[in-house]
Design a protein around this ligand. Structure first.
Ligand SMILES: [Zn+2]
Ligand SMILES: [Zn+2]
Length: 457
């Protein structure tokens, strides 16, 4: 019904649509880069996750960063959606929504929804789709929950057999606890490194299954000892380390740095453990006899720790911000560093290890701000400088798409919708493989498990 020639406003609208298509096409490239960076672990330079790195480096809020990484990963197995985005045919918003329900097997249907529907249709269909998914998931999870079990019985030879099925999150808890218990036991039992110890070590090293059994015993013992009280995070486990004062002050110095039962730990580790710990100073005479034992003190008194927590609020490592942490002495107390607010910084366990054992450095600049450096000495700023952008970024984008043979215009991303009403029930029924399952199933569908029951949150 176009009677008038295109007005200036129409052209403005076309330009908006065309540029949006260019941005969507560029977003496809961006997601491909993120996917590769993520897969190759490029973020693993002190950051907890690719999303944390992205948030730090690009300035996205953490939620948006997580979503980018999720979509980037999802598109790896969804080539049709990835291509539609790269060609500027589907907007990032549509692809993002559709990637929540699409699977490699069913990708064609969500793609069709994206092509035909408006962004609002896509949103509604994806929500309806996920309701069907969620109902299936809820049934599945109820079934799993009901099947949880732990059986403990005695075998003929008197050994006790443990057999069970745990829900995934309980299982993860158990696996983590076993791993930590194993580490504690293994470190205690480790033969000191040296030519003599090595020969016998291999034949006496217990198998993983045997170490798991020992770890379970330690877990039971520990749980009972603490009256089954999980305790505050900081108290959940403690390590006793004996370390000679000169070693604490200078890791190069000879001297002992051992756990309670004699297993050696690196001097860097003992410096980390001593950073924020209970400390008992003992004096020995030349023959090694203890001649004096001081009172147990916290290296960081509780009141100061509270102030520190209040000031730093969480881990100060760039891009981290985990709420709970340990007080790190920027200049170690064993080297004469004072236990004062200005010499302390809160770091999470992961990043406390990074600065003590992984070569990351932290110092306080003249104006009081913390300065972190990577092991190779490069600065790790709290907010990285923005990337260089060519003078006319829109022209550059257009030119680069042109040179790749990508011709975009204001109609590229237009949905095929002609204005008819969206019948959601019908749409889901036609599109969703499980919704079809509500009707009598064809025999060909029964063999394979529903593919979309993977772990989608
Ligand atoms: Zn420290
Ligand atoms: Zn941290």
């Amino acid at each position: 019904m176009q009677i008038h020639p295109p007005s200036e406003l129409d052209r403005l609208g076309d330009e908006i649509a065309e540029l949006s298509a260019h941005l969507d096409a560029a977003t496809a490239r961006l997601l491909a880069l993120i996917r590769e960076f993520d897969a190759r672990g490029g973020w693993n330079t002190g950051f907890r996750s690719c999303a944390a790195w992205l948030s730090w480096r690009v300035g996205l809020d953490l939620g948006a960063a997580r979503e980018r990484v999720r979509v980037a990963r999802a598109l790896e197995t969804l080539p049709l959606l990835a291509q539609a985005l790269a060609h500027g045919e589907l907007s990032y918003a549509k692809v993002r929504a559709l990637s929540r329900v699409a699977t490699p097997e069913t990708e064609v249907r969500p793609l069709a929804v994206g092509r035909v529907g408006t962004a609002a249709h896509v949103e509604r269909i994806v929500r309806g789709w996920r309701r069907v998914d969620r109902r299936a998931e809820a049934r599945e999870s109820a079934r799993r929950h009901a099947s949880r079990a732990l059986r403990v019985y005695q075998d003929e030879d008197g050994m006790v057999v443990v057999r069970g099925r745990l829900e995934p999150e309980v299982g993860a808890l158990l696996v983590q606890a076993l791993a930590e218990a194993r580490e504690v036991l293994y470190q205690r039992a480790r033969v000191p490194e040296g030519a003599d110890g090595r020969g016998n070590a291999s034949e006496e090293t217990p198998s993983l299954a045997q170490r798991q059994a020992d770890a379970l015993a330690l877990l039971a013992e520990t749980a009972l000892h603490h009256g089954l009280d999980p305790g505050a995070p900081g108290e959940r486990y403690q390590v006793v380390v004996h370390v000679d004062a000169p070693v604490l002050a200078d890791p190069e110095q000879p001297g002992q740095s051992v756990l309670e039962d004699g297993a050696r730990v690196s001097s860097e580790t003992s410096r980390r453990l001593a950073c924020d710990a209970s400390r008992v100073v003992m004096r020995h005479d030349e023959a090694g006899r203890v001649v004096e034992i001081g009172a147990r003190t916290r290296t960081i008194p509780p009141a100061l720790r509270r102030v520190l927590q209040h000031r730093d609020r969480g881990c100060r490592f760039p891009g981290c911000g985990v709420r709970f942490g340990q007080g790190h002495h920027i200049r170690h107390w064993a080297q004469g560093g004072p236990t004062t607010l200005s010499n302390l910084a809160l770091l999470c366990r992961r990043h406390h290890r990074a600065v003590h054992e992984e070569g990351f450095q932290v110092a306080r600049g003249p104006e009081g701000a913390l300065r972190f450096r990577r092991p190779d000495g490069r600065a790790l700023p709290e907010v990285p400088p923005p990337a260089a952008v060519p003078g006319d970024s829109v022209e550059a984008l257009r030119a680069s798409h042109d040179s790749n043979g990508l011709r975009l215009n204001g109609r590229t991303a237009c949905p095929g919708w002609l204005g008819e009403r969206l019948d959601l029930t019908w749409a889901i029924d036609v599109l969703h493989p499980l919704a079809q399952g509500a009707r009598p199933r064809r025999s060909s569908e029964q063999g394979s498990p529903p593919a979309h029951l993977s772990t989608r949150a």
